[in-house]
Structures are given as C-alpha cells and as structure tokens.
Design a protein around this ligand. Structure first.
Ligand SMILES: [Zn+2]
Length: 85
C-alpha cells in the first residue's frame, strides 16, 4: 500500500472506512486522529492517520481499542431529592 488511506471515504484492506479527520492530536506526535467506521459491523472509532491502512475493527476484528478523539466531558450528577408521597 502506498496511500495512507486518510482520504475521506477510502476503505482499507480490512474494510475500515475513513469517515473524517477529527483534527484532534493522536498518540503520534504529529498525527491527527481520524474517525473510522467498520463497514462490517458499524463500529465507529478513532485511529491515527498512519495506522489507518492496517487498522482492524476493535469490535469485530480484534483490533486494538480506538484512539480517543472526543474531549472528555465531565458530567456531574447531582442527587435529586425525590419528594415522598
Ligand atoms: Zn467491525
């Protein structure tokens, strides 16, 4: 393979489709995280641009877990007082 499969819509040998460039920085220093989708099971996950060509689905192909690309959102759950009837 000569291409890195970073083009949106490209499919690698493992049937993983490049959905978009998230613009987030991945594990690699200069690499952006791309959002990939598995065309076999529909799993959506993040992957470093350099890894796309050999990426395997973490859901159905035993690939490594997806690279997180969404900033962690802290959700605070406050216990609510439930009125006793
Ligand atoms: Zn899959």
């Amino acid at each position: 393979m000569t291409t890195k499969n970073t083009k949106v819509g490209s499919v690698n040998d493992n049937k993983q489709v490049t959905i978009r460039n998230t613009g987030k920085r991945g594990n690699h220093r200069f690499e952006k995280v791309y959002q990939l989708g598995c065309s076999l099971c529909g799993c959506v996950y993040g992957a470093n641009g350099a890894d796309i060509f050999e990426r395997k689905c973490p859901c159905c192909q035993n690939g490594k877990p997806g690279t997180p690309f969404i900033s962690q959102i802290k959700i605070e759950v406050k216990p609510q007082k439930i009125p006793v009837v």
